[in-house]
Design a protein around this ligand. Sequence first.
Ligand code: C5P
Length: 203
Amino acid sequence: MKFTVAIDGPAAAGKGTIARSLAAQFGFGHLDTGLLYRATARRVMDGEDPLSAALALQSSDLRRGDLRTAQVGQVASKVAAMPKVRTALLDFQKNFARREGGAVLDGRDIGTVICPEAEVKLFVTATDAVRAQRRHAELSQKDPALTVEEVLADLRARDMRDAGRDTAPMTASADALLLDTSELTIEEAIEMAGAAVIAKMAV
Ligand code: C5P
């Protein structure tokens, strides 16, 4: 059975939480595509050129413990704007999307470029203030001096770059269900996303 759930949206809107939960609920594989760009960025920060870094990625790169920092996120959004880097990562994502047994992918271009034929497409958003609060709560555990304002500025810079680039910009596919999680609990957001999957499975 092939069944793809494509989840796109800006940073810290709740995509990852929803994706992991849907994958567990329906027994689908999950790919956090942001990790591909973060792992590429990490290699670039260590001195590799962006295309070689993307082509050399191994699954061990995705398990590195230092990928979730704001600094890696910024470099990731710069390498992600390079068409040759995106092309190098395309087939792996496309194959994962159509794997047997179902797949959930979260990122920026899943419903538009990686898997336009996805059975369910969600575009997950939240206000800038809510996203900054959420990401701050996560990152300040390791970096107590970090302020919400710094996190907000970081998210906005990344979102502008991701939405403004020429190749595969972050944008909602015309047939995506818009899910604004600003006023929702995690459970409510997961339930709404799950309902969209169940509705499509019943067709
Ligand atoms: O989702 P995450 O914040 O980990 O993604 C890091 C960066 O990777 C994003 O800011 C974006 O530039 C890039 N990205 C992308 N396309 C995807 C997933 C992530 O361009 N499908």
